[in-house]
Design a binder for this molecule. Structure first.
Ligand code: SF4
Length: 292
């Protein structure tokens, strides 16, 4: 399988088998994710490639070592325990990675690329941590801080020499805004309603943002008359006009408007149920047509 040694394949399978969301209607991760993916996975349609799970394997290894370290100070740290809460008739389960009982911190460990945090903590990570904090608060935990602990899988010491906004080392702690109980509850109720509707009435394809597909936009190509390719591409007509007028012979050029095409990246690369989803099948068919 992809030339991977059998032992590595076994390690991935072993790591996957450790995941258990317990007896619940939905896990927090599933609840935050797209309903269609959840529905198809529940129907047993997920097919994952071992090679695609190698980062997850490294993430699991990181979790295990941090758990071992936490167990050295059981009075201070708690790790990897699952809790359950009924919300609108559904049992929701969530497992925390780490609680620092001394500092009252709930921390979520991520093994991620540096760009994952380029614009701060992703909204889905914020929601995930807050939903978990809500469930834990119903079980008498209290928190002063929520944190996303990022272990960067692509950190390069060399790059620290060039970029001021590059992390200083391969690990960073990111603070996460704490929601009120009311905000957590209404968010979870909304998500549960969406998932319930998808299970009972059929699911819609994932939204554009859930498909990791950039919004469509218009771009302006400054092109030499008769040429096949643009000389320059700009985001607005105004900037394109300005650029064209700055050229030596502006009349030799024209501005052509075109729509950007963006890929549904998740469907094409990261979706375990794409082969069973009509939208995913359409993406693959279009790709195949482009290559024939
Ligand atoms: S293939 Fe795309 S639309 Fe279909 S479930 Fe996967 S991510 Fe969603």
């Amino acid at each position: 399988m992809n030339g991977l040694p059998d032992l590595i394949v076994s390690a991935v399978e072993e790591s996957n088998s450790l995941y258990d969301k317990g007896k619940c209607d939905i896990s927090i991760t599933e609840m935050i994710g797209p309903p269609r993916i959840s529905v198809l996975k529940r129907e047993g349609k997920a097919k994952s490639d071992v090679a695609d799970s190698l980062f997850a394997l490294q993430g699991s290894a990181m979790h295990s070592i941090i758990e071992l370290a936490a167990n050295r100070e059981p009075g201070r740290y708690l790790s990897e325990e699952r809790y359950f809460q009924e919300i609108d008739g559904w049992i929701v389960s969530g497992q925390y990675d780490l609680i620092d009982c001394k500092e009252h911190i709930l921390a979520d460990l991520k093994f991620a690329g540096i760009t994952t945090y380029k614009y701060g903590v992703k909204p889905e990570y914020v929601a995930q941590l807050n939903c978990l904090a809500y469930i834990l608060r119903q079980h008498d935990f209290t928190f002063k801080k929520l944190q996303s602990w990022a272990m960067y899988r692509d950190f390069s010491k060399m790059k620290t020499l060039f970029g001021a906004d590059y992390p200083e080392c391969g690990f960073e702690v990111h603070s996460v805004e704490m929601w009120t109980d009311a905000k957590c509850l209404s968010f979870m109720q909304e998500r549960i309603a969406l998932h319930r509707d998808a299970r009972e009435n059929g699911s819609e394809p994932c939204s554009r943002s859930e498909r990791f597909q950039k919004p469509e936009a218009t771009e302006y190509c400054i092109q030499k008359k008769g040429a096949k390719k643009p000389y320059r591409v700009k985001d607005s007509r105004e900037i394109a006009e300005e650029f064209k007028n700055s050229l030596k012979k502006p009349d030799d050029y024209e501005i052509i408007e075109r729509q950007t095409k963006s890929e549904p990246v998740r469907c094409a690369l990261y979706c375990d149920v794409a082969a069973s989803c009509d939208f995913g099948q359409q993406v693959f068919a279009e790709k195949q047509a482009q290559h024939t």
